[in-house]
Structures are given as C-alpha cells and as structure tokens.
Design a protein around this ligand. Sequence first.
Ligand code: TMP
Length: 201
Amino acid sequence: MFITFEGIDGSGKSTQIEKLRNRLEEKGALVDVYRDPGGPVVSEQIREILLNPDFEINSVTELLLFSAARSQLMAENVLPGLKEGKVVILDRFFDSTTAYQGYGRESVSLQEIHNLNTIASHKRKPDVTIYMKLSLTDAKQRMAKIKDRMELSGDEFFEKVIAGYNKLADREDRFFTVDATEPVSKVHKRIWKHIKKRYEY
Ligand code: TMP
C-alpha cells in the first residue's frame, strides 16, 4: 500500500504520519516512511540544494531537481518496499510538484508537469493521498521562524499553492481531505477510519 501526505508547511503532516505508522505497525504491517525530497543519499543532497536560501534557482531547474530527487527515492526505496509488500508512507509526493511548481510557480504547463510527474514516479501513483487542508493564515501561526528557500516564497505564491491543492483534491479520487485545524487525535481518527475501511486492517 502506497500512502502519501500533502499540504502546506505547518499542516501537521509529520505528526499524523507517525501516528499512522504506529497504528499500522500495531496491526502487524511493515511500514517504511520517507520524506520527498529525501530518502537516499542522492535525494537528500538534492534536497539540500533545493532548500538552501543562498541559492537562486531557476523555476524549471527547481522542477527538474524535485523530479530527480523523487526518481531516485522511487528506484531505491519506494518501489522495492512496495514489492516486498510493505506499506510505504511518503511525506509529500508529486502532488507537491503540481501544487508548488505547477500552480505556485507556473514554471511550465500543468500538462508538462503531469508528464514529468509520471516519469519521476516511475509511473506509480499513490493508492491514497491524505490532504491536510489549512489556510495560509492558520499556517503562518504554526510556521517555524527560520525559513528554507521554498518557505521564503511569499503569500501570493502560497495562496496559489493552496488553491492548487484544493483543485487536485476536487479532481482526484485518491485524495482524502482532512481539516488540519482539528485536534491531532481527531485528525488521526479520521485518517485511520479512511485507511482501515479501504484496506481492512
Ligand atoms: P518539506 O520541508 O515539507 O519536506 O518540503 C520541502 C519543501 O519543498 C516544502 O516547502 C515544499 C517544497 N516542495 C516543492 O516545492 N515541490 C515538490 O515537489 C516537493 C516534494 C516539495
């Protein structure tokens, strides 16, 4: 089973991923968790480049670097894990590229982003995507003070990213949207109910 979490920074993805991992492991599942961009050494190094505020990165270069990091994560970790029957959970995946580089940066057309996402994911789509929905106002109250390169992008950019996520959530059946302002335990209950129902754990 391949599960991804999406949402802007501050939406509580990491907390919910840990809770879901614990719940699945209690039920006897083997669970691997990775962050995208990240995982293998190559992808972690690309991540450092991408998030370094000292670099000015062209929007197409940025798109290709996120895609390159993802391809390596798929090849080294995600696809082998799924083949072994593990549950693989990712903190972000190609929907982040659609929201940030597509709707946010408007780097290239959405069709081109879609094609690149297919290539970078080695044609594997998530079975379920949990979308932690949060407004920019709420996110700002939760955000860390030290910002990485992406987080320095400004309000207008983040409003476009959120609008992009909301469009994806309306369009894609694999999306399950939760209100990220609800208490942690309530959000977890909703997510677990959804996963349990679909996969009979
Ligand atoms: P993280 O801090 O949530 O791991 O994500 C790193 C940042 O990179 C975050 O601001 C979202 C952004 N991002 C993109 O712009 N495009 C992508 O494809 C991915 C995966 C993340």
